[in-house]
Design a protein around this ligand. Structure first.
Ligand code: NOJ
Ligand code: NOJ
Length: 537
């Protein structure tokens, strides 16, 4: 096997041609200025892409873990919801309040965060929509009641009906939290609106009439109003540290406004609909400013001194992405994922073992919030170094499954651009060395130009889909490795030892793993459909 880098005239868009061995030549479609062929041979074994059920096999173990862990994650979430959750019962937690973690010291997370609460309830809404489970519905209804009283609670971010909706966290008995904090955080109302709207839709699908759902619109509307009026104002980021304008925040604001436009028309609130439409377009334009062409990835915060790389970029795609704006499979999200993972791979000593153990393509590792993080999960700030987080690691898996689903459902084949070449090429052949595709040498090239394409049904396309799926599984296996035998997950795991650190039984950790597993199920379904279509795989 031989690999040749393409040597190109500086003026033409960079093209790397990977020409498969003779038999598959016809499957390769070169889409732009293809210049020089190189020999390519894909090496990955075509192992069973879905989980085999052969007992005792690694795949069967993983499949068993997935199903146990989704059940345990769901239980873990319920355990942290008042008043009766196993971890919070008898501790004066109001019905429908989602406690971030039962940990009361080092750190004290015994509060209701608006963000964590909305994201978690969204998972319960999905469950209710699927199963119609009435006890889940009762919990969501309690949350809804609690949203009403929260919205009417004056707090340090401001008064009822005004700035107060930007308050990030509340006491578990519903009172305002009055200590110093990074406030306001403007993602909260948007996330809450998204959750309430999805609940409304779930109720409709289960037969409720629009007329019976006015009480929900009365709660959704203040959050939409807040979002529509403050999206251009700086606030604290989801990690509660940086004041500024943030990608994650803008993404969920965009989604809330898009959904809000539809909902307002259901309630014949035309004026509001037009207003949300205009504002949504504003946010959409604004979102483009987070792309940093020089760095080749999205930045989480504008004008930040940090690198801008952040797991929040992926969380933005998961919770805010739409068909038109930064879906999980978009090149810009994938390029950002690639850059983030590349950083994290070498950042934490605990990842070294995984890198060392593997001789098989790109390796999944533990992922932290962002490279510069110094929060080690206790009380002290700036005294230690950050660690990988369960939710960030699960988020990479989730995003990759989202990509797999979209690739599997697409009939346009695989398109690799300058932006995503670093991500995709290693899945084609692990023997390609980085300097074989050093694009920096080419003067004039467009980042988004497709440099290589493969037809749907070609061995290469199908290989890449399968390999990315396995790669995604790798991130969940990291989660498995560092959680305990009972499916518990704290916030972080130690950068050196891998042992759990930070707030224990973090609600959001459970939600994120559950979310990734759900996305995996969708990816599997899409792959199965595809296989039925392209019979040869
Ligand atoms: C608690 C915050 O929630 C966390 O995000 C932050 O990193 C630490 N405090 C340190 O500021
Ligand atoms: C700290 C995290 O940075 C923040 O995003 C989260 O809302 C709180 N902890 C509560 O889990």
């Amino acid at each position: 096997m031989r690999l040749l880098s393409a040597l190109l005239p500086a003026t033409c868009a960079f093209a790397l041609v990977i020409e498969p061995t003779a038999g598959h030549l016809r499957d390769s479609v070169a889409l732009s200025n293809i210049h020089r062929p190189s020999v390519f041979s894909w090496l990955r074994k075509q192992s069973s892409i879905l989980t085999s059920t052969e007992e005792g096999s690694e795949d069967a173990d993983f499949a068993a873990w997935l199903s146990t862990q989704s059940a345990l994650s769901f239980e873990g979430i319920l355990a942290n919801i008042g008043p009766d959750g196993a971890n919070v019962a008898g501790q004066n937690v109001k019905p429908g309040v989602v406690v971030a973690s039962p940990s009361r010291e080092h750190p004290n997370y015994f509060y209701h965060w608006v963000r964590d609460g909305a994201i978690t309830m969204r998972a319960l809404v999905d469950e209710y929509e699927m199963s119609g489970n009435t006890s889940v519905k009762a919990i969501i209804d309690a949350y809804v009641d609690n949203v009403r009283s929260t919205q009417w609670t004056s707090n340090p971010s401001g008064q009822v009906g005004r700035g107060g909706l930007g308050e990030p966290k509340f006491e578990v008995d519903g009172r305002a939290f009055v200590g110093t904090w990074g406030r306001p955080q403007r993602d909260g109302p948007a996330l809450r609106a998204i959750t309430l709207i999805s609940y409304m839709r779930a109720l409709q699908r289960r037969g409720a009439s629009i007329d019976s759902l006015h009480y929900l619109y009365d709660l959704i509307k203040p959050d939409l109003e807040y979002t529509s009026k403050f999206w251009a104002s700086p606030g604290f980021d989801l990690w509660e540290e940086q004041e500024g304008l943030h990608f994650f925040t803008a993404m969920v604001q965009y989604k809330a406004l898009l959904l809000g436009e539809q909902v307002s028309s259901d309630f014949s609130d035309q004026g509001a609909g037009r207003w949300y439409h205009i504002q949504a377009n504003g946010v959409k334009q604004f979102l483009l400013s987070f792309w940093d062409d020089e760095r080749g990835y999205l930045v989480e915060t504008l004008a930040t001194a940090r690198s801008g790389l952040d797991a929040a970029l992926l969380l933005g795609a998961i919770h805010g992405g739409s068909e038109t704006v930064f879906p999980m499979h978009s090149d810009m999200i994938i390029a950002s994922l690639q850059a983030l993972v590349a950083d994290m791979r070498v950042r934490y000593p605990v990842n070294e073992q995984d890198l060392y153990d593997s001789n098989d393509g790109p390796v999944a590792v533990g992922i932290g919030r962002y490279p510069e993080d110094v929060y080690s999960g206790g009380d002290l700030i700036n005294s230690e170094l950050g660690n990988p987080w369960f939710l960030c690691t699960a988020t990479v898996a989730h995003t990759l499954y989202g990509l797999v689903e979209s690739l599997a459902l697409s009939n346009t084949g695989l398109m690799i651009s300058n932006l995503t070449a670093d991500f995709y090429l290693p899945f084609l052949s692990r023997t390609i060395e980085p300097d074989y595709y050093d694009f920096s040498a080419t003067a004039a090239w467009s980042r988004s130009a497709t440099i290589l394409g493969f037809k749907p049904g070609s061995r290469e396309t199908e290989q890449v889909i399968s390999n990315i799926f396995h790669y995604a599984d790798g991130f969940l296996k990291i989660v498995r490795k560092h959680s305990d035998g009972e499916g518990n997950m704290s916030e972080q795991f130690d950068r050196q030892t891998g042992f759990m650190r930070g707030a224990r039984q973090l609600t959001w950790s459970f939600e994120s793993v559950l979310g990734a597993i759900k996305m995996r199920e969708r990816a599997v379904e899409a792959i199965e459909k595809r296989r039925a279509f392209y019979k040869r795989f």
